[in-house]
Design a protein around this ligand. Structure first.
Ligand code: ATP
Length: 814
């Protein structure tokens, strides 16, 4: 490429900067470069090289074009399905289309097609270097201009060279070095040493240069074509400490960035009145805590566990209490609170972890593998609220069969009527009733004030034989599990009004296949496994057929107090199991009068794995469904938003729109404004972030920032870019494997449920990733409210309306 800094007679005009020689020189250089590129690209630019030629696609892996074709095919399929879908299936299909559309858009930007003439590149590097070719003596000096863009373009004739920011080896220099830095890099078989003599980012919109950002200044062109030197870049990430209090009496907040670790602290001395009242409620009964994100729900639930233990150490022994949190990260995040409050040894688990342990204690022969291929549809059906009714129906059928058996069998024996009466007086799950009948006939207990010990011998023997026969029905937990999932008529009856026939066909087919592999062993390479949703299903069937769950010694398993955090994400079946577990037992049956439970949740934060259809969480309905007396009257809202600043809290409420909490949360501190940064491409956004994060790492080495995308695949792109840019301590968190150390965690929103970071950067806050759907609102809300102090939104396409409409009206967007 010719040297753009040489003076020429036909040099482009830079109006508005006549008094600023440095600015004129820089802008003119960039205008000339753009002219050269535009000429080389011509009106119909042709691709010069595809992405695979850059060596970025591993052998055998599908290349970008194949992935795009696959995306298109699936989009078409979804579109067809939507055209003929039942109205109730439409939201799910539309949500899938949004998801795929967002990924497709991102992939499309990186596709190997023609360079986008409207925005051919976003950065310019000028390098002066000396090149040594391996194995050859001597070196060659050269000076060259490299442009960095979203697609590669090389035109040897005109000297134009645009490299793809993601994979051209030379783009490493752009991300790793600043202007005037010396570098040494191996590019192919060449060892290249040199100096970056210019490093600029440029905004080219519709083929026109609009902005140049350089170490010498930022130069912006307005609509009338005049250039001006902009105020120095003010966008900075910062750590807390300088914010003002929103209310004079606002309590202090613990500054986690200066505490020894980043875990949730014990804050007994700081609790407010409402929090304290909830914590000190009597130990028997149910306490339901609703509150916006960061209002202290987890904190209150854990302090309540400690309070109950302190008030009745024998009843609430640590090992007899249970805390259920929605993900593995929260187990670690909350681990400090209880020991600091003097209670060690309370099991804190996810429902999944707890249920795996209990199920295998009861049924050690069940396969231990959990399928990672379960279709989302199967998960949705198995987690559906209607499953509770399906399970209850099975229990009623078993009971009806046993009633018939007892009556039919006893009609033949002397005093058989007494046996029928005793059977009717027995209580609890069918299997417990069979046990009670056996105990009655053996004279070990009374049923309805009678004892069976006076029965004629023949009748007693007949009852013993009948009891054995009845066990095959009352203990048929695993057979009932098969029945509820593989019996097509049952699926239709319970789920037919929520799912289409084709969908239930798929569910049925999957369940039948799973059952067959379990019976026949390995088949076509597939080994026996359970779906993760089978765990609650089997445990619930156990409770309704056989009674309280059992520990490994076969004793009834109960807990003296249960705290379920993020309850809006638990399925009704899971909740029902847990509530029975926390009910205690009397006469072998659950005893709701002993119930001791704390539930904490936020309707606005529901994000279940299988929710491609929006399912609103309704406290009242849930409590009623679970048979909790009092319903919504039990709920105590917490209103102070302790985690996030007023700026973030207000932005987050805006994002929720119609789903916003009835009671506007009260924030107690101010902080930096929420900012939206718009870029021409992901590569440009990565360059900006790399600079901001590097600067933060230098100024505040302890900072811990979360960079969050909506979908996991999007996080990969940013992670790779930041790694290439050699930003220190960048980590890709895929399955809640947070290290809780200083640095930058790149992950998707779902992973951060319940957690807190000083700064959050929401990536790809585009209209495609966050459309105006309830799911997108809730995901964006969860992401935004993870931030305690500072929140940035980044986009390289049309920004989501959820973001733009939630920023304050005077908020400048960059
Ligand atoms: N009374 C209080 N005074 C000061 N800080 C508090 C108070 N209550 C809670 N906090 C702090 O507020 C932050 C959020 O608390 P917590 O995680 O318990 O909220 P949450 O409602 O469970 O949030 P989420 O809905 O996001 O799960 C924590 O840093 C906690 O220490």
């Amino acid at each position: 490429m010719s040297d753009a800094s040489e003076a020429r007679s036909d040099e482009p005009q830079v109006l508005g900067l006549e008094d600023d020689a440095e600015a004129t020189r820089i802008v003119r250089e960039e205008l000339r470069l753009l002219e050269v590129v535009a000429k080389a690209l011509g009106p119909e630019a042709q691709p010069s090289a595809d992405a695979s030629a850059t060596g970025s696609t591993p052998p055998g892996a599908p290349n970008l074009a194949e992935l795009l074709a696959e995306d298109d095919r699936r989009l078409l399929e979804l579109r067809d399905a939507a055209a003929s879908a039942k109205p109730e299936d439409l939201p799910a299909l539309l949500e899938q289309m949004h998801h795929l559309g967002a990924l497709r858009a991102q992939r499309g930007k990186a596709s190997s097609g023609a360079v986008d003439r409207k925005t051919p590149y976003f950065a310019h590097l000028r390098l002066e270097e000396s090149v040594n070719v391996r194995g050859r003596a001597g070196s060659k000096e050269r000076r060259r201009d490299i442009l960095v863009g979203s697609r590669q373009y090389v035109d040897a004739g005109s000297g134009v060279r645009i490299v793809d920011w993601r994979n051209a080896p030379v783009s490493r220099i752009f991300y790793r070095y600043r202007e005037e830095d010396s570098y040494e890099e191996t590019l192919g078989d060449q060892l290249v040493e040199g100096t970056v003599t210019a490093r600029r980012t440029v905004a080219i919109v519709d083929g026109e240069l609009r902005k140049v950002t350089s170490p010498q200044g930022t130069f912006v062109r307005d609509a009338s074509g005049l250039w001006r030197r902009a105020e120095p870049q003010t966008a900075r990430l910062r750590l807390p400490g300088r914010e003002r209090s929103a209310t004079a009496a606002a309590p202090e907040r613990i500054n986690k960035s200066t505490s020894p670790d980043r875990l949730l602290p014990a804050i007994a001395a700081m609790l407010d009145k409402e929090q304290y009242d909830l914590i000190t409620r009597p130990g028997t009964g149910l306490v339901a805590i609703q509150g916006s994100a960061g209002s202290g729900k987890t904190t209150v639930g854990l302090h309540r566990v400690a309070f109950l233990h302190a008030s009745s150490p024998n009843r609430f022994r640590p090992e007899r209490m249970l805390v259920i949190v929605p993900n593995e990260a929260l187990i670690h995040y909350t681990s400090r609170v209880l020991p600091e409050l003097g209670v060690s040894g309370v099991p804190v688990m996810t429902f999944a972890r707890w249920s795996v342990r209990v199920l295998h204690d009861i049924f050690p022969k069940l396969p231990s593998a959990i399928s990672d291929e379960t279709p989302p549809l199967v998960s949705r059906v198995k987690n559906h609220p209607a499953m509770l009714l399906a399970v209850d129906e099975i229990a009623s059928e078993v009971t009806a069969r046993l009633d018939t058996k007892v009556e039919a069998a006893m009609a033949r024996w002397p005093d058989g009527k007494l046996v029928v009466q005793a059977w009717k007086a027995s209580k609890g799950a069918p299997d417990r009733r069979v046990t009670q009948l056996s105990q009655w006939v053996a004279g070990k207990r009374e049923l309805g004030k009678t004892s069976g010990s006076g029965l004629p011998e023949v009748t007693r023997s007949a009852v013993v034989a009948l009891g054995q026969e009845m066990r095959s029905d009352s203990r048929a937990v695993l057979a009932s599990w098969d029945d509820v999932t593989t019996n097509r008529a049952r699926l239709d009856k319970h789920f037919g009004s929520y799912f289409g026939k084709g969908q239930l066909d798929q569910v049925h087919e999957w369940c039948v296949r799973q059952a067959r592999i379990r019976v026949e062993g390995e088949r076509d390479g597939a080994t026996a496994s359970l779906d993760s949703e089978d765990y609650p299903l089997i445990l619930r069937l156990f409770q309704v057929l056989r009674g309280p769950l059992l520990d490994v010694q076969g004793n009834p398993l109960t807990v003296s107090h249960l705290f379920v955090d993020e309850v809006q994400d638990a399925s009704p079946v899971e909740l029902k199991i847990l509530l029975d577990l926390a009910s205690g037992t009397k006469d072998d049956a659950h005893d709701p009068s002993q119930l001791s439970v704390t539930l904490a949740g936020d309707v606005a934060q529901r994000m279940r794995e299988e929710d491609d259809v929006h399912v609103a969480f309704d406290w009242d309905a849930t409590l009623k469904e679970l048979g909790v007396p009092g319903g919504a009257g039990m709920i105590e809202p917490l209103k102070v938003s302790y985690r996030s600043t007023a700026e973030i809290t207000s932005f987050a409420q805006g994002v929720l729109g119609p789903l916003a909490h009835e009671a506007e949360p009260i924030a107690n501190r101010h902080g930096p404004p929420v900012e939206l940064f718009t870029f021409g491409s992901t590569g440009e956004a990565v360059a900006f972030l790399a600079d901001a994060l590097r600067e933060l790492a230098l100024d505040e080495p302890d900072a811990n920032v979360a960079l969050l995308t909506r979908f996991p695949q999007q996080a990969e792109v940013y992670y790779e870019g930041l790694m290439r840019a050699e930003v220190p301590n960048v980590r890709r968190v895929r399955r809640q494997d947070f290290t809780w150390e200083r640095g930058f965690d790149v992950t998707d929103v779902r992973q951060t449920k319940g957690l807190e970071f000083d700064e959050v950067i929401l990536l790809d806050t585009t209209a495609a990733s966050y459309p105006e759907t309830p799911q997108a609102r809730q995901a964006l809300y969860v992401g935004a409210t993870r931030a305690a102090y500072q929140l940035w939104c980044i986009t390289s396409e049309t920004p989501s309306k959820l973001v733009t409409s939630s920023l304050p009206p005077d908020q400048p967007t960059t």
